[in-house]
Design a protein around this ligand. Structure first.
Ligand code: CMC
Length: 444
């Protein structure tokens, strides 16, 4: 840990490093600058590799490639550390609120009380969506997956909010950020209500962010609905835990889409599409499907045997992570939150929880998982909490999208403010056909 980090000040470590790395290739030896991170692995700047040597690097899945510089989130996967702007995730989940964390991610520091209240008020004033969006929702079949609806509805905001599309105007970028953070729960609530065939519930601005979200999900116009404070707090914590996760697939998608100058609503539509996949945000839904498929604790050994059989194609969902090779710190907080929610709802008898706890116990002592450093990730317990709250599994990834909206827009904003930003344009190792002449169809 550098002195700069201890004091909470971010120093441009790149400017201080005089180190370089040399590479000999094609009969040439070239030097590349090395930059030291405030925390985490140093990087070798190979941006001049092609012009200096005529070679590209090859790194499918970005296993060793830092695609950008960022000051927002830090992960130490070996130690199981996740920090937003220098603050440990468990401290933020315990003591902060989702909108305060949103401010932190967007602007770099925790706000004082007045600034926080002003920010909360600003977001709150943007919760309603254009009335015309009701017709967009009505065009979808009721049985649509809510993530399909969210991809479309989020990208469609660019058709409604023309005064926040000019990415070169800082005030418009700011307005787009407010709108996305504020309207995403409204869209998510609408997607859920639409799937049930119930009327949309308008936001109620006297409620807190997470309370309002749960109200839009569960209230009906027929009678008053009060959100239990423990559940509202649990939802707020879940949103904090999912708010950002540095350069994951969906965030990188948002950055790549945004690097071409696309508007932020369209970029977030792309991010939601990426999040939907079962290897990313779709895993929480897959965990519940898996637990249901296992059915009883007695069936766990047979299921584990299937997971270990490489030919079966079965994975233990909610386990393993590209970056964490230790217990996911978010899963630790969620386990506790899970107990609190089940206490309030009196759902400790949930058979799926019993299977999950037993599965975790067995997996954590099984050499297959231990040797590969496969630990529970954030999705292992979030699904059980959602299920206990009465949220159907198809909505799980939508909740992830509501939370991650803050991270996506903070990362997009950071990229837009970075003078070094260029259009993202990866290169390739071409292994297709050699040049050949066109032959008319009758002569092939
Ligand atoms: N169950 C069984 N085996 C696994 C699992 C798993 N969940 N995850 C990884 N492995 C094995 C994999 O077969 C490989 O074994 P071997 O070395 O013998 O070939 C080894 O562990 C390394 O796996 P990998 O696929 O190379 O690792 P990766 O970094 O590419 O994959 C992952 C990361 C998250 C896609 C993967 O662990 C996985 O598919 N997990 C289940 C899905 C899941 O829970 N995803 C949520 C991630 S957290 C939420 C988020 O950030 O989006």
């Amino acid at each position: 840990m550098g002195a700069s980090e201890k004091s909470g000040k971010v120093v441009d470590m790149k400017a201080q490093s005089g180190e370089s790395a040399s590479l000999s290739v094609g009969g040439k030896t070239v030097q590349f600058p090395v930059y030291h991170a405030v925390e985490g692995a140093p990087v070798i700047d190979i941006s001049k590799l092609y012009s200096d040597t005529g070679y590209f690097t090859y790194d499918p899945g970005f296993m060793s490639t830092a695609a950008c510089e960022s000051k927002i989130t830090f992960i130490d996967g070996d130690e199981g550390i996740l920090r937003y702007r220098g603050y440990d995730i468990d401290q933020l989940a315990e003591h902060s609120s989702f909108l305060e964390v949103a401010y932190l991610l967007l602007y770099g520091d925790l706000p004082d009380a007045k600034t926080r209240d002003d920010f909360v008020r600003t977001i709150t004033l943007h919760t309603m969506v254009h009335e015309q969006l009701h017709f967009l929702f009505r065009g979808f079949p009721r049985a649509s997956h809510p993530m399909a609806v969210m991809v479309g509805a989020t990208a469609s905001l660019s058709a409604f909010y023309h005064d926040s599309l000019d990415i070169n105007v800082p005030e418009q970028r700011e307005l787009a950020a407010y709108r996305l953070i504020a309207k995403m729960p409204t869209l998510a609530g609408m997607a859920y209500k639409y799937s049930l065939g119930q009327p949309f519930i308008y936001p109620r601005n006297e409620l807190g962010f997470s309370e309002n979200f749960l109200h839009m999900m569960f209230a009906t116009p027929c009678e008053p609905y009060k959100v239990h404070p423990v559940l509202a707090r649990a939802m707020d914590k879940i949103l904090i835990l999912h708010a950002d996760h540095e350069q994951n697939a969906s965030t990188s998608t948002v950055r790549l889409a945004g690097s071409s100058g696309a508007n932020p609503f369209a970029c977030l539509g792309a991010g939601i599409a990426s999040l939907w996949g079962p290897a990313h945000g779709g895993a929480n839904e897959a965990v519940i499907n898996m637990l249901q498929e296992i059915g009883t604790v007695d069936n766990i050994p047979e299921f584990i045997a299937k997971v270990k059989d490489k030919n079966s194609g079965v994975r233990l969902m909610g386990f393993g992570h590209r970056v964490y090779k230790n217990y996911d710190p978010r899963a630790k907080v969620l386990y506790k939150t899970c107990q609190e929610v089940l206490d309030v709802l009196g759902r400790h008898d949930d058979p799926l929880l019993k299977i999950a706890v037993e599965l975790e116990k067995i997996a954590l002592s099984d050499d297959y998982f231990v040797s590969r450093k496969l630990y529970p990730n954030v999705d292992f317990y979030s699904g059980i909490i959602y299920r206990a709250m009465g949220i159907p599994s198809k909505m799980f990834t939508v909740l992830f999208a509501v939370a991650r909206t803050v991270g996506w827009i903070a990362q997009w904003k950071e990229m837009m403010e970075d003078p070094k930003t260029k259009i993202g344009r990866p290169r390739q190792l071409f292994t297709g056909a050699e040049p050949r002449k066109f032959v008319p169809a009758e002569k092939r």
